[in-house]
Ligand binder design. Structure first.
Ligand code: SF4
Ligand code: SF4
Length: 94
């Protein structure tokens, strides 16, 4: 299910602005992640930007196989070549 926002969220809104896939929408009591739109930033950045910018450690990563993330990128962004895959790494997973 990619990433999810937990109740430590302080509603700063940073993750909404940072997501390159538009996967995070404002919500109450906290923003909402559309799982099928999240690639864990695969194809865009080296690591999940929402996890990196969150000041409250409020984003949990539910890891999915990288093959699924790559498939999702192709569906969501058809015609666009994935970038930075060589430096992609999963963050937020103990
Ligand atoms: S991991 Fe990346 S694609 Fe997924 S919700 Fe966070 S910023 Fe968006
Ligand atoms: S960046 Fe973290 S604290 Fe800010 S809205 Fe997103 S989940 Fe909440």
């Amino acid at each position: 299910m990619s990433v999810a926002i937990n109740n430590a969220c302080v509603k700063c809104g940073a993750c909404v602005w940072e997501c390159p896939s538009g996967a995070i929408s404002p919500g109450d009591p906290r923003p909402v992640v559309t799982a099928e739109s999240c690639t864990e930033c695969y194809g865009f950045f080296g690591e999940s930007q929402c996890v990196v910018v969150c000041p409250a450690d409020a984003i949990d990563v539910h890891a999915e196989p990288v093959e699924e993330l790559a498939r999702r990128f192709d569906v969501l962004h058809s015609g666009r070549a994935p970038q930075n895959t060589w430096i992609w790494t999963r963050v937020g997973v103990p």
